[in-house]
Design a protein around this ligand. Sequence first.
Ligand SMILES: CC(C)(COP(=O)(O)OP(=O)(O)OC[C@H]1O[C@@H](n2cnc3c(N)ncnc32)[C@H](O)[C@@H]1O)[C@@H](O)C(=O)NCCC(=O)NCCS
Ligand SMILES: Nc1ncnc2c1ncn2[C@@H]1O[C@H](COP(=O)(O)OP(=O)(O)OP(=O)(O)O)[C@@H](O)[C@H]1O
Length: 208
Amino acid sequence: MLKVGVTGGIGSGKSLVCRLFALLGIPVYDSDFRAKWVMQHQPELQQELRAAFGQEAFDATTGLLNRAYLAQLVFHNPEQLILLNSLVHPQVKQDFIDWAAAQQNVPYLIKEAALMYETEAHKQVNQMVLVTAPEPLRLKRTLQRDPHRTIADIQAIMHKQLSDEEKIKRVDFVITNDEQQLVIPQVLVIHQQLLALAPTYKPENVNF
Ligand SMILES: CC(C)(COP(=O)(O)OP(=O)(O)OC[C@H]1O[C@@H](n2cnc3c(N)ncnc32)[C@H](O)[C@@H]1O)[C@@H](O)C(=O)NCCC(=O)NCCS
Ligand SMILES: Nc1ncnc2c1ncn2[C@@H]1O[C@H](COP(=O)(O)OP(=O)(O)OP(=O)(O)O)[C@@H](O)[C@H]1O
C-alpha cells in the first residue's frame, strides 16, 4: 500500500493538514502522540527511561510520563536528546509497522512526523509531503498553542529539526501554510495525485 509521510517543523501545521486528510478518509499515524504512548505503555521502555533520566521521568503520584521534565532535559542538552531518541525511535518505528499492517481497504495511509529524515523514518514511506510556514509564524503559533513553552524552548526545538530549506529539496509535495494561501485546495490537489499513484504501490516498494 502507498505510504505517505507528512512532515514539517514545530508549528508548521502538520496536525491541521493531517486532520484534513483524515476527513478525506485517510488513516493518519501521529508519531508525536504514539511516541508518548509507547513511552507510557511499554514496561521495558519505561524502565530504560527511568534508568536513563531518573525516577522523575514519570510522575511519582500519577505514574504519567513527565513531559515537562523530559522536554527541559532533552531539548536543552544534545547528548540527552540523542539518548532519548535512541530509546524511543526504534519503538516508534516498529509501532508504525504494526499500525500500517492493520490498515485495510484504504487507498493510502499517512505517517505524520516532525522528524523524518533525522530518524530515517522517510524510508518507511513512499512519498513525502512537507508542510511549510515562515519561522516567525511557526513560533507565534506554537507560543499560542503551548503557553508553557518559552520562545527559547521553541527555538531550541526548532534547532533540533532539519530546516525547511533542507527538507524542501527532498520531498515530493509541498503545502504552504502561511495564512496567505488556502490550505484546503492544496490538500485536495495532493490527495488526487496520491489517489492516482496509489494503485502502482505494492508492500514490497517500502524499504523498511
Ligand atoms: C520530550 C517529550 C516528552 C516532550 O513532550 P511534549 O509534549 O512537551 O512535546 P511534544 O511531543 O508535543 O513535542 C513538541 C515539538 O517537539 C518536536 N519533537 C519531539 N521530539 C523531538 C525530538 N526528539 N527531536 C526534535 N524535535 C522533537 C515535536 O515534533 C513537536 O514539534 C516528547 O517530545 C518526546 O518524548 N520526544 C521524544 C520522542 C520523539 O522523538 N518524538 C517525535 C516523533 S518520533
Ligand atoms: N493556517 C492556519 N491558520 C491559523 N492557525 C493555524 C494554521 N495552521 C496551524 N494553525 C495553528 O497553529 C498551531 C500549530 O499547528 P499544528 O499543531 O497543526 O502544528 P504541527 O506542525 O503539528 O506542530 P508540532 O510539530 O508542534 O506538533 C495550532 O494551534 C494550529 O491550530
